[in-house]
Design a protein. Structure first.
Length: 281
């Protein structure tokens, strides 16, 4: 606890110190010798590109959280049924989670390649498109293109969490509801969803926090382009630090991101009343 806590505190102090100084890459001694200033915060908070990156992060987070949640819930409901090869299917459902992010990104970039990618081939075959679609090169489609591989990789996490929740539900409730004449949808609405509420909350919260700071998928495919269409806060922090060599602005973006995420998580916990989804279901 001392080692981990000390590392976290040191990193946070270092980040705050750099955000209060107008510095670039260099020795720590030179960085902390620079005078204190609020210039970085004024520049970052007044830059429209900052808020655009947060908006892109929000859209990316919502898309890459809700899509795998829906897919994971459907797969969990399926795997919760008794069927031949159930254990094998459960194992295969977790395979995408084990694939490295960069490897998955490369695979999807090839599949969604404009001229010889399998995605455009299939869409042309069924008549949905007439010309090739440049998924990662079109500013209107690039964000969707990076959400898709992120969602694919996140589905096993939701499947595992929700399947564990389904197996913890009491069978007696379902039997009693069936005796009372409740149909499948009614049992799902009044038994399954309320019973899964704590698992749904934890899964959504962890997935959203992970997606908000996601870097691998986006940088490996678009590097934040085209024209900033996929430049999330995490990618912008990297670009500011290692493309523009502006450590001060990058650290300030990191602090602002940290504060926003902390506030949103606190509000979410308060609104959901310590894990209860009552009021949403």
């Amino acid at each position: 606890m001392i080692a981990v806590g000390g590392s976290l505190v040191f990193a946070l102090v270092l980040l705050v110190g750099m955000s209060l100084r107008d510095v670039s890459l260099g020795r720590l001694s030179a960085i902390f010798a620079a005078p204190l200033t609020l210039t970085n915060y004024v520049e970052v908070l007044g830059d429209p590109a900052t808020w655009r990156s947060f908006l892109v992060s929000l859209i990316y987070t919502v898309g890459s959280t809700l899509l795998p949640f829906i897919g994971g819930l459907m797969i969990a409901l399926l795997l919760n049924q008794r069927m031949p090869g159930q254990r094998l299917l459960r194992t295969l459902a977790l395979v995408p989670w084990a694939v490295p992010s960069v490897t998955a990104t490369v695979a999807f970039v090839w599949m969604m390649q404009p001229t010889y990618g399998v995605w455009n081939y299939l869409l042309r075959s069924v008549g949905l498109i007439d010309t090739d679609v440049n998924w990662f090169g079109d500013p209107n489609l690039a964000l969707l293109a990076v959400i898709i591989p992120t969602s694919w990789k996140a589905i096993p996490f939701f499947t595992l969490m929700l399947l564990a929740g389904l197996q913890s539900l009491s069978r007696e409730q379902y039997e009693a509801a069936e005796v009372d004449g409740a149909g499948r949808l009614a049992r799902f609405r009044w038994i399954t969803l309320p019973g899964l509420a704590p698992f749904i909350l934890v899964a959504l919260l962890f997935s959203a926090m992970h997606s908000f700071r996601e870097f691998d998928f986006i940088y490996a495919s678009t590097q934040g382009g085209p024209d900033g269409a996929t430049e999330t806060a995490a990618v912008r922090i990297y670009n500011q630090a290692f493309e523009s060599f502006d450590l001060g602005n990058a650290a300030t973006l990191g602090i602002v991101t940290f504060v926003l995420v902390a506030v949103l998580v606190a509000l979410l916990f308060r609104r959901l009343n310590k894990g209860s989804l009552e009021g949403f279901l």
